[in-house]
Write a new protein. Structure first.
Length: 67
């Protein structure tokens, strides 16, 4: 996934959104718990919202060391 080759797989699709709800699909089943970056978030359903400007990312694509 890190190289992005999975995006060429016909079973994989991408969408853009500002809010996503992740929910279990099997009715009546105990919902699984969600994890993000190794952190426990809680049981599903889980709503995820994009907060513009909330995450700062360093880009070292030019080969320069990050300060």
């Amino acid at each position: 996934m890190y190289a992005g080759r999975h995006l060429a797989n016909p079973g994989v699709g991408t969408l853009r959104a500002t809010s996503v709800t992740v929910a279990a699909t099997e009715a009546g089943a105990t919902p699984p718990h969600a994890f993000a970056d190794g952190e426990h978030l809680g049981p599903l359903p889980l709503r995820v919202d994009v907060v513009p400007g909330a995450l700062h990312v360093l880009d070292d694509t030019a080969g320069h060391a990050a300060p």
